[in-house]
Design a protein around this ligand. Structure first.
Ligand SMILES: [Mg+2]
Length: 395
């Protein structure tokens, strides 16, 4: 068919990886990983990663089912042509529909889809962004995503400022400060007043000066839009590029209220799965900046649909990524093929404490003059350290 040689999927493996120093009281999803490895009869192997509880993802991938629409993803994939990414996405979605249609099932599918595109690129001898339509940016600006450490207000503030300064020294022209000392995502059990959050944002802005782009992520901290607005009024003076996830993910009317009431662009979408969840966030939530995560939204296949939706609506894309080098590389390929993309989240190995980010895979991302250069290696272009996979595997 099509004059091209047949290629078939022969094996799909899910690896549950855990950092030996992981601490469940922390709020970093980079302490574990779900890595999917797909083999083909052409001798080409693809890798993908999901940002979700890896034990749950493994069940989505390989648990037995007793219904034609309650199947594992693996059952759908074996013996199929890995290059048929649209058709395989559809079959996985329909075949697993009774398992949830959203959330963990789609996150697990994201790792599969990422691995399929890695295979497609390797078979074609092209980087994934070429197969997604080709690069529409000469360079892509990364922002350094900074999650502070520390168990007191002072430690938290000082660690954040120290890392912000180091990010600037490394050449980053944009940083995102996670300023979350209250609410469901509060770091290290902290519970501080909103005034102290304002103090931290001011300290980071002072540290980096007026010319570096500053974003702030409060991780669903405020209970409602009115409370968020009462604080954001003070933050308008800090010239923020965006405020990320100010209220709970399902509070779409709260997002719309904020969008209408603050001059700071509102960003959200890191947890979402599928185009349909983004449609609601964009059209009812009225966000300015959509943050699909390739390792959650449904892989490249679905992320590109969300990118087109943003482009149609005149919205900006700033993809979320908080995983290992596999996802960092995937995010870069997605960004280069997306005209609405303004920045990518980048967790610099030098500026984080996560063992898996440092040791699992080389993303081979090249940063030149503070900006990322389009990757050139076939597929994702990542080098997975298979010894590290064996070392960290727990299931
Ligand atoms: Mg976030």
């Amino acid at each position: 068919m099509n004059g091209r040689p047949e290629v078939r999927i022969t094996e799909v493996r899910g690896h549950v990886l855990l950092a030996p120093d992981s601490d469940a009281s922390l709020t970093s999803s980079a302490q574990d990983s779900f890595l999917v490895v797909i083999d083909t009869d052409a001798g080409v192997t693809g890798v993908g990663e999901a940002d979700v509880n890896p034990w749950i993802a493994k069940a989505c991938l390989s648990a037995p089912g007793t219904h034609t629409m309650g199947r594992s993803l693996q059952e759908v994939l074996i013996a199929q042509d890995p290059r048929e990414t649209d058709e395989l996405w559809r079959r996985m979605y329909i075949g697993s529909a009774m398992n949830g249609r959203r959330g963990a099932v789609i996150h697990a599918m994201s790792a599969v889809d990422m691995a399929l595109w890695d295979i497609r690129g390797k078979l074609a001898g092209q980087p994934v962004h070429e197969l997604l339509g080709g690069p529409v940016h000469e360079r892509m600006r990364p922002y350094a995503s900074l999650q502070p450490v520390g168990t007191s207000f002072e430690e938290y503030r000082d660690s954040l400022c120290e890392w912000a300064a180091r990010a600037c020294e490394l050449g980053f022209q944009a940083v995102k400060a996670e300023v979350t000392m209250s609410g469901p995502y509060a770091h290290s059990g902290l519970h501080e007043s909103y005034d102290r959050h304002t103090e931290v944002v001011a300290a980071v802005r002072d540290t980096i000066g007026p010319d570096v782009t500053l974003m702030v992520d409060v991780q669903y901290m405020w209970p409602d839009a009115a409370t968020a607005l009462s604080v954001l009024r003070d933050w308008e003076a800090f010239d923020l590029y965006m405020i990320e996830t100010p209220v709970w993910s399902d509070d779409l009317d709260g997002y719309a209220e904020l969008a209408a009431s603050t001059s700071i662009p509102v960003a959200a979408g890191e947890w979402l799965a599928t185009r349909w969840e983004f449609e609601a966030l964009m059209d009812r939530g009225r966000i300015a900046i959509a943050q699909p995560d390739v390792s959650r939204v449904g892989g490249f296949t679905e992320a590109m649909i969300v990118a087109r939706m943003a482009e149609e609506r005149g919205l900006t894309i700033v993809p979320h990524c908080w995983k290992t080098g596999v996802s960092s590389a995937a995010t870069a390929h997605f960004a280069f093929a997306t005209s609405a993309c303004a920045f990518i989240e980048y967790l610099p190995p030098q500026l984080c404490v996560e063992t898996l980010r440092k040791e699992l895979a080389q993303d081979n991302i090249r940063i030149d003059g503070g900006a990322i250069v389009p990757p050139t290696a076939p597929g994702l272009g990542v080098d997975v350290d298979w010894d590290a996979v064996r070392r960290f595997e727990v299931g």
